[in-house]
Design a protein around this ligand. Structure first.
Ligand SMILES: C[S+](C)CC[C@H](N)C(=O)O
Ligand SMILES: N[C@@H](CCS)C(=O)O
Ligand SMILES: [Zn+2]
Length: 416
């Protein structure tokens, strides 16, 4: 179905509107049982379209102005990486097409915009060949054009070089491009600063730039600030965007949360509260960011908090506020007086929530493999990972941690 009239994101941003993005599909759907952590590919769009649609609807109800098609990691090369059968079983074209249709159906239920999405590819890690990498994006773009998406998001790039190739490829299709790197204040994995990254992305044609994923809300805002400074210094301007993790990660190194020992199956103690999401929305707005959403760990209730924090600026509360009075005032209806006493802003704004985990430390030590750009270990393959390979990696990991190799568990087929 064709885009709605309200669909021009650039006009809306130029008019000073605050645009609210959606949250993290891949993480939310993994927890709900529809996506596998490891490949993280989005074949759920064809296997479980109702599950994807329901999550999109919840983001819409929470206040999202953009339905991002669930096309994360859906380049053909990722769908067949390391034994992944999604390309063979479904094909990138079908997965991306189904994602666009789901996003458009839900967007039209609330007059939201639809964004297509591309992200980092295994081909980049393996070849660093511009032509081959661009071919992966080009194939995806054919589907986004057929589905008349309202604009494109090129996101989750650790290497600005690959992001620039993505932006250039997307611009050939004459679409508005929002480009997001998954970098922190230290810059991309080749050592390019956030400011210089932003300049490269804008020079490549991106109209909106920012960061998504890998770092917590305060760190992402700091990185976007550095991008803004870089643009100003270069005499360039662009709209700013931020879609951080819904986890607190003050202990992350340059590569973000994937290096934390809790990634990906033990991150729950780090989930941000809705009140953290309020603060994030205000801080992002004050930093000049006008496209504000979330990434992995960001659930619909976090997006609702963003929409409620910015309700004045946007002129309305989201539909989901029907069941959520601002700053805890639903507690007026509580039976117990000491809980009713919590029904005010100061209480929730100043709360320091306990973790309830007496043996947990507040911070972790990230992995220190030192593998970033161009390392042999980062080269990808179509074939499955063997047990022997996992054993070697586990030993290497222990060596890095200076643990006796005798403590290394020996895995058998199936990983038990
Ligand atoms: C942000 S998660 C969905 C993916 C993180 C990492 N690049 C991985 O592939 O596991
Ligand atoms: N837009 C993607 C990003 C994952 S890093 C998602 O929400 O799943
Ligand atoms: Zn993410």
């Amino acid at each position: 179905m064709a885009p709605t009239k309200k669909a021009n994101i650039l006009d809306r941003l130029n008019n000073g509107e605050v645009i609210i993005g959606d949250g993290g599909y891949v993480f939310a759907l993994e927890k709900r049982g529809y996506v596998k952590a490891g490949p993280w590919t989005p074949e759920a769009t064809v296997e479980y379209p109702d599950a994807v649609k329901q999550l999109a609807r919840e983001f819409l109800r929470a206040g999202s102005d953009v339905m991002q098609a669930f096309t994360f990691y859906a380049s053909d090369d990722k769908l067949e990486n390391r034994g992944n059968k999604a390309q063979e079983t479904h094909s990138g074209r079908k997965i991306n097409d189904a994602a666009c249709k789901i996003a458009r159906d839900v967007a039209n239920e609330g007059d939201a915009m639809v964004a297509g999405g591309v992200c980092q590819t295994p081909t980049y890690l393996t070849t660093q060949d511009e032509g081959k990498v661009r071919e992966e994006f080009r194939k995806q773009m054919e589907v986004f054009v057929d589905n008349q998406v309202d604009f494109m998001i090129a996101e989750y790039f650790e290497h600005v070089e690959e992001a620039v190739w993505a932006v250039k490829c997307l611009k050939e299709f004459n679409v508005t491009v929002a480009a997001n790197l998954c970098i922190g204040p230290e810059g991309d994995l080749h050592g390019v600063t956030p400011g210089d990254c932003a300049v490269q992305l804008v020079n490549a044609g991106a109209e909106i730039v920012g960061v998504n994923c890998h770092f917590d809300p305060p760190t992402c805002i700091e990185t976007v600030r550095l991008m803004k400074q870089g643009l100003e210094k270069a005499g360039l301007s662009a709209h700013l965007m931020v879609q951080p993790l819904g986890f607190m990660t003050p202990d992350c190194g340059k590569q973000g949360f994937i290096d934390l020992p809790e990634f990906p199956f033990g991150l729950e103690p780090r989930i941000i509260t809705r009140w953290d999401a309020h603060k994030f929305a205000r801080d992002a707005y004050d930093a000049g960011v006008r496209y504000i959403g979330g990434c992995c760990g960001f659930e619909p209730y976090h997006i609702r908090a963003v929409a409620e924090e910015l309700a004045k600026e946007r002129g309305h509360n989201p539909a989901g506020s029907e069941k959520h009075d601002s700053w805890g005032q639903g507690l007026y209806l509580h039976t117990k007086p000491w809980v009713r006493a919590r029904a005010h802003r100061e209480y929730w704004e100043n709360l320091k929530p306990s973790s309830g985990r007496p043996f947990c430390s507040a911070l972790s030590t990230p992995s220190q493999w030192g593998v970033t750009a161009g390392d042999e270990l980062l080269k990808q393959q179509k074939g499955e990972t063997s047990c022997e390979e996992i054993n070697k990696l586990a030993q290497h990991s222990c060596k890095i941690k200076q643990i006796e190799s005798t403590e290394v568990p020996t895995l058998t087929e199936g990983g038990h």
